[in-house]
Design a protein. Structure first.
Length: 285
């Protein structure tokens, strides 16, 4: 895209004015608007480790079918070919399984860090990646506190792979593939309010079965995937030292404190380059 001197300085001036006015940056809604975020409650006490959700996810998203038997030791991570994995842990209460995928944060750090809004928090709840907007900076990977987004380094047309909660299925009124097909009812789909209520109900009714804690209710400011467990979450490899508030909110004060020159300098250099690189060509060009 080319830009002349007049256009460059116009853009620079508008940007500077916006910074001077200090327009507030707002994160995605936290689920208290007219449309409630939807999500999934995962109950590790009910999960039998069948890995069916991995196969359902791969089938729904056109990914290679998984083969958990070839991924030992059992602790695995999501990858560019696996949007979700189920790991097995030997805990204080014996063998317990845990499912890992994008947490779909209420105020996602990946979306806040994305310069082009390729990472987007939808009103329905899922955090999706929009390939037509992505410039490949991979800031989403760096910013995610759960280390979820994965980049297709070996692809000639790389994508960012992560769970999108089967967003295309949700738009047609269907449930996410994993929740729709779980044979042990380990995955409960509903609004975030319903998930919290269901989790507390199970804890009250079976206090000896569950740890009295709902993982994801407050982690990273709250997530749309939440977890129940029969053992402390630390025994399942879950991050238990995460900030309980919104990660994007942590940067707000810093952004206001940074002098405008540091924000404008990269744009200024790019503009100077675009405005001067064709100076040796005829003026009419």
């Amino acid at each position: 895209m080319s830009i002349n001197r007049r256009g460059f300085f116009k853009v620079l001036g508008v940007t500077g004015a916006a910074l001077t006015l200090g327009r507030e940056l707002k994160a995605a809604p936290a689920g208290n608007g007219e449309i409630e975020f939807r999500g999934i409650l995962y109950d590790s006490a009910r999960c039998k480790g069948c890995h069916g959700c991995e196969y359902d996810c791969a089938d729904a998203n056109g990914l290679p079918p998984p083969d958990p038997a070839k991924n030992l030791p059992p602790v695995r991570k999501t990858s560019e070919t696996k949007r979700t994995v189920v790991n097995e842990y030997n805990t204080s209460k014996g063998k317990v399984f845990i499912k890992i995928q994008c947490m779909h944060c209420d105020e996602p750090a990946c979306a806040a860090a994305c310069l082009t809004q390729a990472m987007h928090k939808t009103k329905a709840g899922p955090v999706i990646w929009r390939g037509d907007k992505c410039m490949g900076c991979r800031y989403c990977m760096v910013s995610c506190p759960f280390d979820i987004p994965k980049f297709e380094f070996h692809s000639p047309n790389p994508k960012i792979q992560k769970c999108d909660m089967c967003y295309n299925r949700l738009k047609t009124g269907e449930m996410p593939a994993c929740a729709a097909n779980c044979p042990n009812d380990a995955l409960f789909y509903g609004t975030r309010r319903q998930l919290v209520a269901e989790a507390r109900k199970r804890i009250v009714e079976n206090p000896k079965l569950y740890v009295d804690y709902l993982y994801g209710e407050h982690e990273a400011g709250g997530t749309c995937w939440m977890y129940l467990s029969p053992v402390p979450f630390k025994e399942l490899g879950m991050k238990t030292n995460l900030y309980k508030g919104s990660y994007p909110a942590l940067t707000k004060g810093f952004l206001y404190a940074v002098p405008s020159v540091f924000v404008l300098f990269p744009a200024m250099l790019a503009g100077i380059y675009q405005a001067t690189k064709n100076d040796n060509k005829p003026e009419e060009e």
